[in-house]
Design a protein around this ligand. Sequence first.
Ligand code: PGA
Length: 252
Amino acid sequence: MRKKIAAANWKMNTTLPEAKALLQAISGQQPNLSEEKIAVFGIPFPYLLTASEALAGKPHHFIAAQNCSEHKSGAYTGETSVAMLASVGVQFVILGHSERREYQQEGNALLAAKTNAVLVAGLTPIFCCGEPLAIREAGTENAFVQQQLEESLFHLTAEEIQKLVIAYEPIWAIGTGKTASSQQAQDMHAHLRSVLAGKYGADVAANISILYGGSVKGSNAVELFSQPDVDGGLVGGASLNAEEFLQIMNAL
Ligand code: PGA
């Protein structure tokens, strides 16, 4: 089922006391969530267990990791397996964020392997894609993002791809305060859905949530989320502020 999702990406922010306080400030409220409108919290690794305990019993609140290993287990010092994540209550894994693509050199083939690992474990990948400014200025963003999907996801079956969430995050809009206009977001989301429909059929494509990310705030969430192909947001900076994120959750 295609859901509306407010996904927080805390990135490498907060200490444990700050993380606890932020979760408490958010979970103490009564956001307008349901089976079809959910919140996902992308928490730093050391606090995942704390977060899943803090949100236990809060309906429609889920925990995400921000990365995982493509390997099942074994001699991979410093890595975190999907089984480890599942065992502490994680249900979603953010994959292929542009910061990981840039600073950890994660490419489309590696992300295909990570996507498989997450799906095999029964968790949900939040697969990020998006173009840099130079590509947008050259007017080739549709082809660029399409290739990210094709090379990382198109080996999946129709049944598997419907388990994914896709997040479109134009790199020029991340952390810059420069949001894509709601029309730019809608245009790319419609393109991605038509690319998915071309490969898997319109019914499958209609079942996949496509989130927008890049300077989403309480003040622009309603307009972005009201676009027909924008099914919510992946939110960095504004997710570190309880009031802002609550506004975003309520904008779903
Ligand atoms: P931002 O980050 O909301 O701070 O732009 C979004 C993201 O990187 O996921």
